[in-house]
Design a protein around this ligand. Structure first.
Ligand code: HEC
Length: 128
């Protein structure tokens, strides 16, 4: 797993956050996320970078999947969007996102508008 850079204490770098329909509804209402919610945080090296360095993904699994982590699975996908490079239930991702445990482990996001084209991860490329 490639840990976020050490100087990245405020979270991630540039990039867009994508949410599927379930996650978007929960974000709008700041409710608990239903199983099946997917949030993707793109990491770009620069604001105008053409391809991401990697994607950081939170996938809400079924109740009981990860009781201490809000049933979230944390994944990273490589910049070519072809390979899952890490998947964890605890560890560095949860370690930091636990700060937001009272908000279902999700940090405050700016208002979410429907992403054109929706999630960029094509299911054919990567199976989460
Ligand atoms: C050092 C703290 C820290 C670590 C470690 C960390 N994150 Fe985050 N993450 C943040 C912060 C802060 C935000 C919100 C600001 C932003 O997007 O940069 C965020 C945002 C996100 C989001 C968008 C949803 C949200 O919570 O706002 C996802 C998805 C995400 N992170 C996944 C991951 C994954 C997967 C890992 C592990 C590979 C990880 N994060 C590790 C701090 C962290």
């Amino acid at each position: 797993m490639s840990a976020p850079p050490k100087d990245n204490s405020e979270g991630h770098t540039y990039g867009v956050v994508y949410a599927n329909d379930s996650a978007r509804a929960a974000l709008a209402g700041r409710t608990t996320f239903p199983a099946g919610s997917v949030i993707v945080r793109e990491k770009l090296s620069a604001p105008d970078a053409a391809t991401p360095q990697l994607l950081a993904v939170m996938f809400k699994r079924a109740p009981g999947f990860n009781p201490k982590g809000g049933d979230w699975e944390f994944l990273t996908v490589d910049g070519s969007l072809k390979k899952i490079t890490a998947r964890q239930k605890k560890g560095s991702c949860l370690g930091c996102h636990s700060r937001q445990s009272e908000r279902d482990f999700v940090f405050t996001l700016p208002p979410v508008s429907p992403a054109p084209g929706g999630l960029r991860i094509a299911p054919a490329k990567v199976r989460l």
